[in-house]
Design a protein around this ligand. Structure first.
Ligand SMILES: Cc1ncc(COP(=O)(O)O)c(C=O)c1O
Length: 384
């Protein structure tokens, strides 16, 4: 049976990984500055992770949400400790889209309203409401288009004000650092005004931390760079270091009710074991400090390369902008220099999303290769 062909693929077949590297079926080593799309937080095959998942699967991999699962409580407590989000409650699910779907549903339950405000170039997932609030018409099917959504330009605080006054908006959803949209960020004033406007208009403020959260921005959550209190915080990606797990943190102003949300797989034993190993490692290895140190180093070296016109993002969620489209550069980096990097909707942007325990020596390897790849491109252009 052929696979439903929805992914354009690079011709590389990773079969194992260790730390910041993956290895293909021919034994070739690749430096991973993409982290499997911001998923690999504590590094490939981290011993804490391997041990926790192995031990758990040997004991009990899964049971339903109809029984006591102390691992969920342990995960919630650790998440509270590390994030400093002391007032929130946790609901666990399996992916980013599902986290946002549940977040939007809760906002609608809580307020009795159904319109959502989202922002241009935002991405929130591919399920019903999550895709409807995503700014990409190509992935919204007619069945999703029924949702009432207003997409506003980033930083258009007047627009937010006008729309919220209409009284029918259940949620404002935003990425504090955009992922696929190209590392754009709102201003401090914009985020803090939205927070106030939401509170004044009975509208839930949803922070989509699926990509920018979990230490990646240099704080546990990217919204913590600002003075805001989201009503709902959605998580996934780095939360499981590759094991599918997502969740939402819910402010106690939203009361739970039996049956309000639910899932078969969400919060299963194996997912919790993976999630706990990630949090324990972030703490033990002081990865937030490493993110800040490596981010500063990465940016300082990037600034010395004249072809880089702009450095975007924060922490280890960075974008290098050139004055040409980077698809050939990415191919060169993968096939010739054996380095994975990411792309974005902005075709001139190279996205850098490494595991959070990356070291200076890896960054040096990347920049040496980048300089050579840029020189290759220059000489090719001259030949034409
Ligand atoms: C900001 C953001 N929200 C939501 C999602 C959707 O997550 P998932 O692919 O796990 O459904 C993504 C995935 O790239 C994302 O970057």
């Amino acid at each position: 049976m052929p696979l439903f062909d929805v992914y354009p693929l690079y011709n590389v077949t990773p079969v194992s990984g260790k730390g910041i590297h993956v290895y293909d079926d021919k034994g070739e080593e690749y430096l991973d500055l993409y982290g499997g799309h911001a998923v690999i937080s504590i590094g490939h095959a981290h011993p804490n992770y391997v041990q926790a998942v192995t031990r758990q699967v040997e004991r009990l991999g899964f049971y339903s949400n109809a029984i006591q699962n102390p691992l969920q409580k342990e995960l919630a407590n650790k998440l509270e400790d590390l994030s400093g989000c002391t007032d929130y409650e946790l609901f666990l699910c399996n992916s980013g889209a599902e986290a946002n779907e549940n977040a939007l549903k809760l906002a609608s339950f809580k307020t009795g309203k159904k319109r959502v405000i989202a922002f241009s170039k935002g991405f929130h997932g591919r399920t019903s409401a999550a895709v409807a609030v995503t700014d990409n018409k190509n992935i919204i099917a007619p069945i999703n288009a029924q949702q009432e959504v207003t997409i506003l330009p980033l930083n258009d605080i007047e627009g937010v004000k006008i729309e919220l006054k209409k009284g029918d908006v259940c949620a404002v959803i935003i990425e504090f650092i955009q992922g696929i949209g190209g590392l754009n960020q709102g201003t401090k004033k914009f985020f803090e005004e939205i927070d106030k406007l939401c509170k004044a208009n009975n509208t839930m403020f949803i922070a989509d931390e699926i990509q920018c959260g979990y230490a990646r921005s240099g704080k546990f959550f990217a919204f913590q760079h600002y003075n805001v209190t989201p009503d709902i915080i959605s998580l996934a990606k780095g939360m499981g270091n590759g094991f599918p797990i997502g969740g939402i943190l819910i402010h106690p102003n939203i009361e739970s009710k039996y049956g309000m949300l639910g899932t078969t797989f969400g919060g299963n034993h194996l997912a919790c074991a993976a999630g706990l190993a990630v949090l324990n490692t972030i703490e033990e290895e002081d990865l937030i400090a490493n993110v800040n140190e490596m981010s500063a180093y990465f940016i300082s070296v990037a600034k010395t390369i004249p072809q880089i016109k702009n450095i975007k993002g924060r922490g280890l969620m960075l974008g290098l902008e050139f004055n040409f489209e980077v698809s050939d550069l990415r191919k060169d980096l993968i096939y010739k220099y054996k380095i994975f990097t990411g792309g974005a909707a902005n075709k001139k942007l190279l996205r850098i999303l490494p595991p959070l325990n990356i070291k200076k020596q890896h960054i040096d390897v990347f920049f040496e290769a980048l300089k050579k790849a840029l020189a290759d491109i220059k000489s090719k252009t001259l030949e034409v």
